[in-house]
Design a protein around this ligand. Structure first.
Ligand SMILES: [Zn+2]
Length: 410
């Protein structure tokens, strides 16, 4: 009781941060409690580096182990292959690297009830046909690959038509859709890797979007990034550790457009191509603001979302997330961003543990559990709760919605 009243007194007199035995050297004189002093006092008091802080939860809660999903899964968002060469954030050339080989992936898929992986980054040209022959054709029904734009050709005067023709060729070669990386809006420049940034709604892409619509190829589109990546990497940033580990993920510099500008340009693309089906990846890249995502889903009937690498956001607002799934149950697809051997990014490292966290979030009412298989939560220091979806919604999210978009029968 004495402690509480002392704390109250300190807070009301502006000395809240100086409570609990702070060295007098930091006390300052009355009326001089600036933010800088508070921070200095804080770092003096807590000598444990943030990176070493791995608190064990003392909370006793229900733990449900979900080893297999209740319905078979189409993982709409994976990266079995990637571009072999990236310059200034732009994939250059057709060559692919295989992050994992199908014979290593299939046993894990079988164990966890993952029927199929959609390999979004299948590339184009010879890289795409190679990918499709090694994955899609060899293991029919287990892998589906998408094509990507050939940004190498962006500088050509005839790029709009050449790119549209390349999509049609990729479709004939067996591609199941078009994937757009965040390259568009954040890295692609007039001279591909140099010059001014190209906007997401640049009209030179219009024939590409239209071709996807006419061929019934869904567009899996990732533009922008978590909102915290557009804020300074400082003590106020809730993704401070992650951005410190990956400084190149920060878009806080004025050379980049804002998150809002990018999403508005994306929305103009959705509006301009109503016959093209778009899957806005990572919950439309605004899972921090489900009201915003909902408003856009209401505006654009051709918009869908996946949930890849956003359990951290959905699971820290489980009641809002549950309402979101109820309302948009026909337009949400299951995705993880799974990358074989992607161990440096635990939230997307392909494996049993990753899938089981997704299943636990979707199927159970468990509370306060890790959203990624990692000692320290990699996308913000918090834990998540499950949303316990009913079977009717689970079935749609796990496979029915994706099957409809991909034009396949499950
Ligand atoms: Zn991805």
């Amino acid at each position: 009781m004495r402690q509480i009243s002392r704390r109250t007194m300190l807070a009301t007199t502006g000395f809240g941060a100086l409570s609990a035995g702070l060295p007098t050297a930091w006390a300052g004189s009355p009326g001089q409690t600036s933010a800088a002093q508070d921070n200095g006092a804080h770092s003096q008091k807590c000598s444990l580096p943030l990176t070493d802080y791995q608190p064990e939860s003392m909370l006793h809660v229900q733990t449900t182990h979900v080893s297999r999903s209740r319905f078979s899964v189409i993982d709409f968002h994976t990266h079995v292959t990637n571009s072999a060469r990236v310059v200034n954030g732009v994939a250059i050339g057709a060559a692919r690297v295989y992050n994992g080989m199908p014979q290593d992936l299939l046993p894990i898929m079988d164990r966890t009830n993952v029927l199929a992986m959609v390999n979004l980054t299948g590339g184009f040209g010879a890289g795409l046909t190679d990918t499709i022959s090694h994955l899609d054709r060899r293991y029919a029904g287990r892998f589906y690959s998408m094509t990507e734009p050939s940004y190498d050709m962006f500088g050509r005067a005839d790029y709009p038509q050449v790119q549209a023709d390349a999509i049609a060729q990729a479709h004939r070669d067996g591609a199941r859709g078009l994937k757009i990386l965040k390259t568009l809006g954040l890295f692609l420049r007039e001279d591909t890797t140099s010059g001014p940034l190209v906007k997401v709604d640049d009209p030179r892409f219009d024939p590409m979007w239209e071709t996807c619509g006419s061929l019934n190829l869904p567009v899996a589109i990732h533009v922008s990034d978590p909102i915290a990546f557009f804020r300074p990497t400082d003590h106020l940033n809730e993704r401070y550790e992650e951005l410190s580990n990956h400084p190149d993920w920060s878009f806080a510099s004025p050379e980049y457009p804002s998150n809002a500008e990018i999403l508005e340009a994306r929305n103009r693309v959705f509006a301009r191509h109503p016959k093209t089906q778009f899957v806005a990846l990572h919950v439309g890249n605004f899972a921090e603001d489900l009201e915003n995502v909902s408003a856009n889903l209401d505006r654009f009937p051709n918009m869908h979302v996946d949930i890849a690498a956003r359990l951290n956001e959905l699971g820290r607002q489980p009641r809002a997330a549950r309402r979101f799934f109820d309302r948009y149950q026909d337009r949400i697809v299951f995705g993880t961003d799974a990358t074989p051997h992607g161990d440096q990014f635990p939230q997307q490292a392909f494996g049993d543990a990753l899938y089981q966290i997704y299943f636990r979030f979707l199927e159970t009412a468990d509370e306060y559990f890790d959203y990624a298989p990692a000692a320290t939560p990699p996308q913000g220091r918090w834990r998540i709760s499950g949303i316990e979806l009913p079977d009717s919604i689970l079935h749609k999210v796990y496979n029915q919605n994706a099957a409809r978009l991909l034009n396949i029968v499950v």
